[in-house]
Design a protein around this ligand. Sequence first.
Ligand code: ADP
Ligand code: ADP
Length: 231
Amino acid sequence: MAAVSLRKVEKTYPNGFKAVHGVDLDVRDGEFMVFVGPSGCAKSTLLRMVAGLESITGGELHIGGRVVNDIAPKGRGIAMVFQNYALYPHMTVYDNLAFGLKLAKTGKAELDRRVRHAAQLLEMEHLLERYPKQLSGGQAQRVAVGRAIVKKPEVFLFDEPLSNLDAKLRAAMRVRLTELHRSLRDAGQPATTIYVTHDQTEAMTMGERICVLKAGVIQQVDTPTALYDRP
Ligand code: ADP
Ligand code: ADP
């Protein structure tokens, strides 16, 4: 089954610029899909439309079998991780992880269980009492990922999450995020993922399938192996 389906999705910005031209795509349940392409190809416009942060001006977007064109971000079952981690500076890591669940009135025991489980998956149990300014870039990015995990979303959306990290850390985080996706899926949480990057290495090493975009049009959707064989 497709977790996310785009049917002739279009985006025309208020200034009249058409950024997305009739995109059709099925992201399968549990799949790790990467959107890749040069700056300006509309990767982040598409991701923001899936997230509900940008309106859809044509076509239909389905998440979990529902048309969500007019549904607010909160109602879509998605969680998004940004490249600027947007952690709350005055809260500990624990409270950063717990914040969204508190707003959603999650019970204390369940909240604590989810926060500790996310911390364990991301190997950051020892960081829970720290404040964001006491974290390295890679640690802060893990907290940002943890905030998505505790929500147990149907779909994870990543917008260039590693682009602020140095090359070595980026390589380590690629492996970590790929393993995380697998362990969530093995644990029965489908963890469908759409991951946006302009970095071809990132796309080829992380994606189960890769959607190559150019100027708001899909050029190819295929596995890394197939793309490598006929670029
Ligand atoms: P990418 O994420 O691939 O770099 P974007 O989705 O940010 O690309 O942008 C796609 C195209 O849409 C670009 O040409 C960009 O200039 C344009 N664009 C993005 N946001 C707006 C906006 N708010 N108004 C008008 N054009 C925009
Ligand atoms: P990023 O590189 O992180 O995607 P950008 O600098 O491309 O960020 O865009 C920052 C903001 O400016 C976004 O909200 C985007 O929608 C908007 N934007 C980008 N291109 C244009 C444009 N041509 N006209 C108006 N707004 C734009």
